[in-house]
Design a protein around this ligand. Structure first.
Ligand code: T46
Length: 282
């Protein structure tokens, strides 16, 4: 579960230097930095999760032990080197222990401070993650039927920028899937109910285009989109894909904010109303 970013040390005979750039070593736009230091012996910190925040923690001096918990299991990471960054996404309970006297823990965050983003009670955290855990399934006839309804809703259709298609064309597309190696699609579920679709298209060699949407509007604005992207990126990495593209309507500012937060950068505009964003998968 813990994602460690290894940073390059640019050293010479005068000493060492580490440079961190957004979009390279830091997979999001940094909007805040803070550092924790002078922690008294035996004091533990943290004991909370974030609903949306992503952060990278670096022990630029000294060491501390981090415990991360995703609601299903715990893991530990010793942060004891300035060239090691620990990426902590949302919905992860964190605890910090065993601070060395000289520890300076630098934290780079993708948002400004917002107390309402904290979950400071462990039972509340467990409830929050279990309520909002998406599941991913083979795209079957049931999802095909749901997609028909979802993509015939004018609001969803406009947001997804889907063209017109008939039921027969949709069926022919579905039947073509098993023979294609440039296209992958999964159904997305919440509490065992179909709620959306996620996939990779235009797969060629090391690059692919991400697509995903929630057909069930009850899922909109709940901060669930990150799980779809995490899933698609994992699937892409497993297939040796190193460059992810995506297209989004310029007017879909909520989605653009999420993509930026997860490390996607504007690459080009796609007339009449879309933008192309890209991300190098680490
Ligand atoms: C996290 C871990 C790794 C602010 O006013 N602005 C800030 O940006 C932050 C981070 C904190 N504060 C205030 C809020 C509290 O009154 O500073 C005080 C200490 O914060 P907290 O008790 O949340 O500190 P930690 O060390 O338990 O947790 C911090 C971060 O809050 C948290 O996001 O992931 O470090």
């Amino acid at each position: 579960m813990p994602k460690i970013q290894q940073f390059s040390i640019r050293g010479d005979n005068r000493g060492s230097l580490i440079a961190l750039e957004c979009g390279k070593e830091i997979p999001f736009a940094v909007r805040r930095a803070y550092y924790i230091f002078g922690t008294s012996m035996g004091v533990a910190r943290g004991y909370h999760a974030h609903k949306a925040l992503s952060q990278i923690c670096i022990a630029v001096a000294g060491s501390c032990r981090m415990i991360l918990d995703d609601g299903t299991g715990r893991s530990e990471v010793m942060l004891d080197r300035p060239d090691k960054g620990l990426l902590i996404r949302s919905n992860i309970w964190r605890e910090m222990h065993d601070f060395s006297e000289d520890c300076v823990l630098l934290v780079l965050a993708d948002s400004i401070y917002d107390e309402s983003d904290y979950i400071r009670d462990y039972d509340h955290f467990l409830e929050f993650v279990s309520k909002s855990k998406l599941s991913f399934h083979p795209y079957d006839m049931d999802y095909l039927d749901h997609s028909w309804n979802w993509l015939n809703d004018p609001e969803t259709k406009a947001l997804v920028d889907a063209g017109d298609f008939t039921r027969a064309q949709q069926r022919a597309w579905f039947e073509s899937l098993s023979g294609r190696n440039d296209y992958l699609v999964w159904g997305v579920g919440l509490h065992n109910q179909p709620v959306g679709v996620v996939g990779l298209k235009g797969i060629e060699r090391a690059s692919a285009e991400y697509f995903g949407y929630f057909g069930e509007k009850s899922c909109w604005g709940k901060g669930l989109g990150q799980q779809m992207l995490d899933f698609a990126e994992d699937q892409a990495r497993q297939r040796g894909i190193t460059l992810m593209r995506l297209r989004v309507l310029e007017s879909n500012t909520r989605a653009i904010r999420l993509y930026e937060r997860l490390g996607y950068r504007f690459c080009a505009t796609q007339p009449p109303a879309s933008v192309l964003m890209v991300k190098a998968l680490g």
